[in-house]
Design a protein around this ligand. Structure first.
Ligand code: FMC
Length: 268
């Protein structure tokens, strides 16, 4: 009988081979995590997805899933739904992380795409209507000034690297910083600048945390609704541009879906 070390070596090689051959299969299941239903609706319509009335999530959560097949892909768009009392959409990191976890558990996606709106920094080259493909994500409101906890708070993670997608779609690339506020306190602004971010949202880094834990590749598409280093109030600019930017986001997301179709992860 082979000694245990050699045996475990063989298993490792086999499992590496199995993992890489699975990676080379065409992507089959894609889950979009989209915070606001208004942001999701154009893509739901374009891909002709159906709302799942018999929810796969635990009873009680307000989460919504749209699903269907598009070309060779099995696509779900999941949204955190509305607050049952206030009737507003469940934006922010808490819902995004829970929804990402439950969606990965239930759907076992090959790829996650977090699509949504964001604030952009004109000093870093962002303009209203731009759709960014995010290279890295961080948090800007988890300040823990104790060695190592500081880095844990920032939570820097790299998006799944997609050089071919980037070249084909010719999108702007930038870092994303996430926090649970739409506005930007001066202390947040310093952290966002320290994080070298071009776009700012309320979900991306939370999705990244879960995707990373569960080893699911994730990419981030962020459409700029407001300029955070400009002179307009964020909420006013956000609401004014939401519909137009959602249309731009839908256009970009559909080009991404068309590009992904038939390709394996290493081909992205
Ligand atoms: N700051 C933070 N988040 C956003 C933003 C900004 N300037 N513009 N748009 C957003 C995104 C967030 O991710 C939320 O889902 C939603 O839009 C605003 O509540």
């Amino acid at each position: 009988m082979a000694p245990p070390e050699e045996h475990s070596g063989e298993i490792k090689e086999d499992s590496v081979a199995a993992a890489s051959s699975a990676d080379n299969l065409p992507i089959s299941t894609v889950v979009f995590i989209i915070a606001m239903q208004k942001e999701a609706q154009p893509l739901v319509n374009r891909l002709q997805l159906t709302e799942d009335v018999d929810s796969m999530f635990l009873k009680g959560v307000p989460w919504v899933r749209y699903y269907g097949n598009y070309k060779d892909l099995n696509i779900s768009i999941v949204c955190p739904g509305k607050d049952p009392i206030l009737g507003v959409e469940n934006v922010g990191t808490v819902s995004a992380a829970l929804l990402t976890y439950a969606s990965i558990q239930a759907l076992q996606p090959d790829l996650i795409i977090n699509a949504g709106t964001a604030g952009g920094f004109k000093a870093k080259g962002a303009s209203i209507g731009d759709v960014f493909l995010v290279s890295h994500v961080t948090f800007h409101d988890r300040r823990i000034p104790i060695p190592a906890f500081d880095l844990y708070g920032v939570g820097l993670r790299q998006a799944f690297v997609t050089p071919n997608l980037l070249q084909e779609l010719n999108m702007k690339v930038g870092k994303l910083s996430t926090g649970d506020s739409l506005d930007m306190a001066p202390v947040d602004e310093s952290c966002i600048i320290a994080n070298d971010a071009t776009v700012k949202d309320m979900e991306g880094a939370a999705v990244a945390y879960v995707a990373d834990l569960l080893k699911v590749p994730a990419i981030y598409l962020k459409g700029v609704t407001d300029i955070v280093d400009g002179d307009r109030p964020t909420s006013e600019e956000f609401l004014e541009n939401l519909a137009a930017v959602t249309a731009a986001l839908d256009e970009a997301a559909s080009r991404v879906v068309d590009f992904i179709n038939g390709k394996s992860l290493p081909q992205l």
